[in-house]
Design a protein around this ligand. Sequence first.
Ligand code: SF4
Ligand code: SF4
Length: 395
Amino acid sequence: MKDGSMQYRYENFGGIIAGQDPPFLAYVDRDYMRQLGLKGSSLWETADESIGLLSAPTEVHFSITNRCSAGCDHCYMEAGQADDNELDTDTFKKALDVLAEMKVFHVALGGGDALERNDLFEVAAYAREKGIVPNLTISGINLTDDIARQMHGIFGQVNVSVDGLGSHYGIFRGKDLFAHADKALDRLTREGVSTGINCVLGRENFEMLEDLFAYASEKKLNEIEFLGLKPSGRGRHVYMQQRTTDAQNAALTPKLAELSEKYGITAKIDCSFVPMLCYHNPPREVLESMATYGCEAGNVLLGARSDGSISGCSFLPDSGISIFDLPDKYGDPQTFSIFRDWTSKAPQPCCDCDYLDICKGGCHGVAQFVSGSFEMPDPDCPFVVDHLNKDSSDG
Ligand code: SF4
Ligand code: SF4
């Protein structure tokens, strides 16, 4: 997989290339792969060069432990106690062997609190050795100067969860751990670790976005990644009261663009906010060139729990597949078919949407929670809201 500092794997349309300095991941066609001196594989024997089901995910979100002493109110993993059958170090390494064999590019290690596992560095170093870049998300509670020092060169990116500043930090969490997160960001930047913020966005902290950008700029952070609140785990109990409003969803993209420019901080959004981006009619080529995608559960992205069970993404139910069976099951047409085949049966308004093949109907986890079915469109998409409002005003 390695070619100098660049990594690659073949796909029917050409391949996927990735690098670390600067970090990038790009889908390229067969000609581009040839220009890189890569001669091709049996995947190129087909005339179909469309981008559909990949040969493997590019990224796996791996909860390395479900242990967490913070116990936040909105935790999508319902973290607290360790999972029964949490993988031990050797078995975790074997799981990474499986992902390396499938040529997965990134693992996003998280929890629970990944720092509550004392073999975190051993496992992360093993991922590196296997050509997989480990990234990490932490609350900051257990980060010491010494641990921050060790992170340099191991993790591609370490993000600290910060949903708001000062007393607003605990909007979803139900507790104020801001001082820990603040100290963790200082420790990481001091050690030269590529560092950013993960911010779960809901209706209350939406109004404080500018404060967060100003803070990130002052701390000289790389990025803020905005994650939609998810109705999974304990998040189910707060979702309906705390999710962003329809007006905020419609205003999200211009607001992030304005603040990103003003403060010189990269603003990223997670897959669940892609409908809010599409609503502003961005050129498709730009989205494609930046590998922007909506719901890629079960294809580009997989979730894995600390017992090795796999789901379409971290917010979706257990698929019943173990990570050790993934190489056999991944290509099976039945595997994750409800998500992979969603666009072929998309209802209105998604079936007429110009962005359907990019967005893929928004967050199916949200749709299932709010509407009772994975087959419904995402009710938080502003196009869907407009469509429903039009239907009701048409009487
Ligand atoms: S209408 Fe459907 S496909 Fe289009 S942006 Fe909204 S959720 Fe995505
Ligand atoms: S269901 Fe899809 S859009 Fe929602 S979080 Fe999972 S991958 Fe993202």
